[in-house]
Design a protein around this ligand. Structure first.
Ligand SMILES: [Zn+2]
Length: 120
C-alpha cells in the first residue's frame, strides 16, 4: 500500500529529526543549560495531567570548587544576555521535540483506532 509506505517514511523522518534535536539538547546540557518541567501533584491540574507539567524552567550548572551547583535562571525574559542565545536555542529545540512527540503520538492514536476498527 502506497499510503502505508508514506506513513512509514514520515514516522522515520520524525524519529530522525527527534534524534538530532535530542543530541543538540544534550550538547547544550553539556554547556550547563537544562530545561526542567515540574509536576505540581494536584490531581485537577491539566498542565500536569495532559502535558509535561509546569515550566519550562531554565537552570545552569555552575562549578564551585569541587561541587557543581544547579542555578535557577528563571524565565527566558529574566535571563542575562550572555546566556540568552544558548537558552533560546535550548527552548526552540525543546519545543520542536515536543511537537514531534505530539505528531508521533497522533499517528499512533490514529493507527490504534484503525486497528480496532478493522478488528470489529
Ligand atoms: Zn500542575
Amino acid at each position: 500500500m502506497k499510503e502505508l509506505k508514506e506513513l512509514e517514511s514520515l514516522v522515520k523522518k520524525l524519529n530522525n529529526k527527534a534524534r538530532i534535536l535530542k543530541k543538540e539538547k544534550e550538547e547544550l546540557s553539556r554547556q550547563g543549560f537544562t530545561i526542567r518541567y515540574v509536576k505540581c501533584g494536584k490531581e485537577t491540574c491539566r498542565k500536569c495531567k495532559e502535558g509535561r507539567g509546569h515550566g519550562p524552567y531554565i537552570y545552569k550548572s555552575v562549578r564551585e570548587g569541587e561541587r557543581v551547583k544547579s542555578v535557577y535562571l528563571g524565565k527566558l525574559t529574566d535571563v542575562k544576555e550572555i546566556d540568552k542565545q544558548a537558552i533560546d536555542a535550548l527552548k526552540r529545540i525543546d519545543e520542536e521535540i515536543q511537537s514531534i512527540e505530539q505528531k508521533l503520538n497522533n499517528i499512533k492514536t490514529v493507527i490504534n483506532i484503525l486497528i480496532k476498527d478493522i478488528r470489529h
